[in-house]
Design a protein around this ligand. Sequence first.
Ligand code: ATP
Ligand code: MG
Ligand code: MG
Ligand code: MG
Length: 562
Amino acid sequence: MRQLNLFVPTLREVPSEAEIVSHQLMLRAGFIRQLVSGVYSYLPLGHRVLRKVTNIVREEMERAGAQEISMPAIQPAELWQETGRWEAYGPELMRLKDRHERSFVLGPTHEEVVTSIARDGINSYKKLPVNLFQIQTKYRDEVRPRFGVVRAREFVMKDAYSFDIDREGLDRSYQSMYDAYTQIFTRCGLNFRAVEADAGAIGGKGTHEFMALSEIGEDTIAYCDSCHYAANLEQAVVHYNGEPSSEVPLTMEKVHTPDMKSIEQLVSFLRINPDKLIKSLMFKLDERFVLALVRGDHELNDVKLKNMFDANTLRFATEQEVLDVIGAPVGFIGPVGVEAKITVVADHAIRDMVNAVVGAGEKDYHLINVTAGTDFQISEYGDLRNIQEGDACPQCGGEIHFARGIEVGHVFKLGTRYSEKMKATFLDEQGKEKPMIMGCYGIGISRTIAAVIEQCHDEHGIIWPKTIAPFDVHVIPVNVKNDEQRQLAEEVYASLQEAGLEVLIDDRAERAGVKFKDADLIGIPLRVIVGAKAGENKVECKVRKTGETVEISADQVVSYLK
Ligand code: ATP
Ligand code: MG
Ligand code: MG
Ligand code: MG
């Protein structure tokens, strides 16, 4: 590709809205442009990287036996009503109406659609297991779109869904996705950890997040160097089982919330099993956690609430964020998005807090008949937030370290949560009707690109890992007006292309300084500089990452770089 014709609108200045390095560099190097908050175009260089990551993901998914499909972004509201997520997903769900006033959503995820496909297409154990995946644009009306493509409102995700006849099958499907993810992120050149995200949600190891280690990460993870133990500290200490086990079914109802003056009042209002919940509450209170949503006295309104939480994941605001907004810490309970969770936040001076409401992530909706301890369980690891850097690892006794992480992937055992609600059943070998056992597996493809840049850059620009770089080699004739240089550069360009490499040649009539600066910014891993020694048939090969330079004969370039 010729740089003269390539659309790379680089910027000299760092755009003020870009807080983190990857966002700044993607804008400056002309990889992306924002259309509106959280919505981006991928320009030629950005699109090439997107394609590279997509290809890696596709290869590994197919290697793991998953089959690619393509599902619509537009989905009818009825499907979301079947699973209750039309209500439960909350304001992150992009909703729209057609000309007949029929409601739709722009898919933030595809459990409903894929389950409806499985329901129609699979009726016997003979057709299972199946794993379907797609690479597609997702829509989430994030509370705080930020950090460029890290938290966008429109983004590219790979989502896969497995269907099995039993738990053992699910375990196998899950493991094969876990392994594929490890391959994918390794190939992308990421420094990452797979962490226990929500231990015990649906059996022991129900979900893992793949975290790219980075200071800008929104999650804190604890990991052990001596064993594979790693966990997300900011995950709920208490979490929803997914399959309510109380006698009285857990429901979400639209109820008016009177002003609560005490936890007892709240408990009776919500018909919560009082013993257990209060015990759980008090227990948590003593351990400086509370399970409640502050209202009334603290003037916490929904707008403030929305600003504090990432409503989908219930990533909790930091202690400081909460204190800044309401002057008191809060807890929150409710199913929002795929996972229903109780999330809690630490505080020391919480004991006098009395005004509480159990919410469900949607204004005026509340969980009814919650039985703490059965519907909700304490994580098997206990209160991970009490773990300190340097503590003994709960698994092997080794040393615990802390790091910040960006969630680039997530694998999740869903069980029958969707198949039961949507009646996606099959006949087993005995002819008995059973719900399919599902898993879901997501990768933030566009977010992964930003995570790579966070890890791979210097003060001059991006340093792409070979595997996902927009080009393999950057050929730079120092002065295109010099015939010898131009000609030799063209020869090198042609021979590298012939050798199967993706090559960019900087054939612009710019000063050398400008070209080198741009080359550093764009970050192609290998560079061939054709300069003053072109007459002697000599060129300079430079490695972007190390700055290491060697002078070689032009004829050796291909064998040297391949
Ligand atoms: P987060 O905790 O960051 O909000 P999530 O847990 O809501 O992410 P999942 O529902 O697990 O996300 O979706 C699968 C993957 O999609 C995530 O692991 C992440 O890499 C990516 N992803 C989620 N939300 C966004 C977003 N707003 N912009 C870009 N990528 C995203
Ligand atoms: Mg998350
Ligand atoms: Mg989210
Ligand atoms: Mg997730």
